[in-house]
Write a protein of this length. Structure first.
Length: 231
């Protein structure tokens, strides 16, 4: 008989390129990713981040012990599931040792942790905007959050929010001169200033950026950031 239903295993050789693991043939399987705030293709399972990226633990048993002690916070909330998806801009904190990391993207399109000093704020890209009951405007961020905002915020802008209470503290406009991170494509991981947006009929909107050199990329690959991105 043919197999019916989904599989709960993840082959190590077939993991997303976003996970910064080099020894893909060392073992057959790896901890998978549960549904959550980030798509599977752009997320690291929390257990993999702890054991294989940060080296905080050595075994799956140690992972469970650390997570069950509520010693690991993601965006200010204790997470106990090794399969919880951690993605771009998430803040992973270890209060007992006073260390915090922001998940950033490198030039290989891999998600890597960057140690930071301030773990109480997070940058979110606005990917949706709609009206809810009572005439209030709600924005949706790249990590699935829905936050009440005003009409000054547009899709493509970024907001800095406090975590875990989700209060907007600053807006970062997607406009010429904005400091942008390239999330995907051949220029992934580069931070440059937005020059101008280019519209071509029948093609995705593109953007010209100025950094160490000028280049053009797809506009939806851009994520407006400020100086706090790097710590």
């Amino acid at each position: 008989m043919a197999k019916k239903g989904r599989t709960y295993h993840t082959k190590r050789i077939a993991i997303s390129k976003a996970i910064p693991v080099s020894d893909k043939k060392a073992h057959t399987f790896m901890v998978g990713t549960n549904p959550g705030p980030h798509p599977k293709s752009m997320a690291i399972p929390l257990g993999v981040l702890l054991r294989e990226v940060l080296g905080v633990t050595m075994t799956a048993a140690e992972n469970r012990k650390v997570l069950n002690s509520r010693s690991v916070l993601v965006d200010g909330k204790a997470r106990r599931e090794p399969k919880f998806p951690v993605g771009l801009m998430d803040i992973v904190s270890f209060p007992k040792v006073n260390k915090s990391y922001r998940i950033i993207v490198n030039k290989k399109s891999q998600l890597i942790p960057l140690e930071i000093k301030h773990s109480s704020v997070k940058i979110g890209k606005v990917v949706g905007k709609h009206t809810v009951r009572g005439g209030k405007l709600t924005i949706t961020l790249h990590d699935g959050r829905n936050i009440i905002a005003d009409n000054n915020v547009r899709v493509g802008d970024s907001v800095i929010i406090s975590v875990p209470d989700q209060k907007i503290t600053k807006m970062l406009k997607f406009e010429p001169g904005a400091r942008c991170l390239v999330m995907e494509g051949p220029h992934a991981g580069i931070i440059a200033n937005l020059g101008e947006l280019i519209k071509r009929e029948g093609s995705p909107q593109e953007a010209k950026l100025k950094g160490a050199e000028e280049f053009v990329t797809v506009a939806k690959y851009l994520f407006v950031v400020d100086e706090s991105y790097e710590g």
